[in-house]
Design a protein around this ligand. Structure first.
Ligand SMILES: Nc1nc2c(c(=O)[nH]1)N[C@H]1C(S)=C(S)[C@@H](COP(=O)(O)O)O[C@H]1N2
Ligand SMILES: [Mo]
Length: 402
């Protein structure tokens, strides 16, 4: 009996090692073993291959090589849900959006046709990144969805200004926050529905929009069809999908998602617009992203020729724009400035590239680091926080020159 247990144990260890060895390099080797073993490439409806981290609720990340393009294709864009009851396309057919609240003069209701006909259509190119992107690389590991590098994407969002919608309802002078709800919900009634809020000053910013289109197409089902909030510079948690209700409020929102989740130690990360109504002495809500970069090519473990290779990737921050990206081909001993690609706006991915030139045979450790126009740099050492947010330590990968 005991012997059999031991054998079974050994068998599973052997299987795991073999599986790990086979894992393609679209997953970082730094991810926890369990995550690497369970993650599979799937094609959710309307999507190309994505890495499935959980199925219910749907949590799918974008493979690294998709970031060789600074615009993330709709069918490669990552998917993140907290709760499993995602409305079907059929259920979203008679969608409408209400705007009201105790700090609004009146309640108004919009159909899709109203949004398209009666409002100025505006566009913003912006990165949507989950707060927990790269959480799986935290050492020691922290609980949560163990994302690798791909819980993010950059798209051209088109829709109407949030402030124009708010103006139709009328914003009273005692408004503190704007509250948002979407059409998805919990499977069990005891689970609190996912709701988020924004400071009223941010909700009035010109580039905060209710998007109905993404890269020239209607929003994909799993990215918030038919309308979602876009909050350039702020992490994805505020980008409410399947948006159905907006309330202008005299009070700070109170629920699990704002008071317990999505918080970081007070003052740990720089912000331009404090979310004062949600700050307490110990913790602040996570809001603005941190400067970061990702190498999309070559992939970790690739074999390259002695004539060298070109590093390609993207860099982004919280809206100041990218000043420089430097690349190292010697494990961080020396750095060279990369060439920056087209400027798609301060909230967008900035592509970069740099050719290595001829290289001696053997391992070559590649890394990249970005600096924002505000002078902010990527973390030299991991900035630990309990929920595993804002990982922006420069990525390193090893290629073999032969
Ligand atoms: N309705 C709804 N909106 C939501 C969420 C959700 O669970 N439900 N998750 C948020 C989080 S945490 C992130 S990171 C982004 C992810 O957007 P995506 O699924 O389009 O990539 O959606 C945000 N909006
Ligand atoms: Mo997120």
């Amino acid at each position: 009996m005991q012997r059999r247990t031991v054998l079974a144990g050994l068998g599973s260890v052997a299987a795991t090692a073999a599986q790990a060895a086979q894992k393609p390099n679209w997953m970082s080797p730094a991810l926890p073993d369990g995550t690497r073993d369970e993650a599979i490439l799937v094609r959710p409806p309307g999507k190309q291959s994505l890495i499935q981290l959980t199925d219910r609720p749907p949590n799918y990340e974008t493979p690294i090589n998709a970031f060789a393009n600074p615009i993330t294709a709709n069918d490669r864009f990552f998917v993140r849900y907290h709760l499993a009851a995602v409305p079907t396309m059929e259920e979203l057919k008679d969608w409408s959006l209400t705007v009201g609240g105790d700090a609004a003069d009146r309640a108004v209701k919009f159909a899709m046709a109203d949004l398209k006909k009666n409002f100025t259509q505006v566009e913003v190119t912006a990165v949507c990144q989950c707060s927990g992107n790269r959480r799986g690389l935290f050492d020691p590991h922290v609980p949560g969805v163990e994302w690798g590098y791909g819980a993010m994407g950059n798209a051209v969002w088109r829709g109407v200004r949030l402030k124009d919608l708010l103006a139709k309802a009328g914003v009273k002078s005692d408004a503190v926050e704007v509250w948002f709800a979407g059409a998805d919900g919990p499977v069990m009634p005891a689970t609190p529905p996912f709701r988020k809020s924004l400071p009223v000053a941010l909700a009035q910013r010109d580039d905060v929009i209710v998007a109905t289109s993404m890269n020239g197409q209607p929003l994909p089902h799993l990215n918030g069809f038919p309308a979602r909030l876009v909050v350039p510079g702020w992490t994805g948690t505020y980008w409410m999908k399947h948006l159905t209700s907006i309330e202008v409020s005299t009070k700070p929102m109170t629920n699990f998602w704002v008071q317990k989740a999505y918080r970081v130690p007070a003052g740990m990360f720089p912000v331009d617009l404090p979310f004062a109504s949600q700050n307490d002495s110990a913790t602040w809500p996570i809001t603005e992203m941190v400067v970061n970069s990702l190498i999309a090519a070559p992939l970790d473990g690739a074999k390259v020729g002695r004539s060298g290779f070109t590093v390609r990737g993207v860099a982004w921050d919280r809206g100041h724009g990218i000043k420089t990206v430097e690349v190292s081909f010697d494990g961080g001993k020396t750095w060279k400035p990369a060439e920056l690609g087209r400027d798609l706006g301060n909230y967008a991915f900035r592509s970069f590239s740099l050719a290595s030139g001829a290289l001696p045979p053997g391992p070559c450790v590649v890394s990249a680091r970005a600096v924002s126009n505000k002078g902010e740099t990527q973390a030299v050492a991991l900035v630990r926080n309990p929920a595993g947010y804002h990982h922006n330590v420069p990525q390193t990968l090893t290629v073999t020159v032969a």
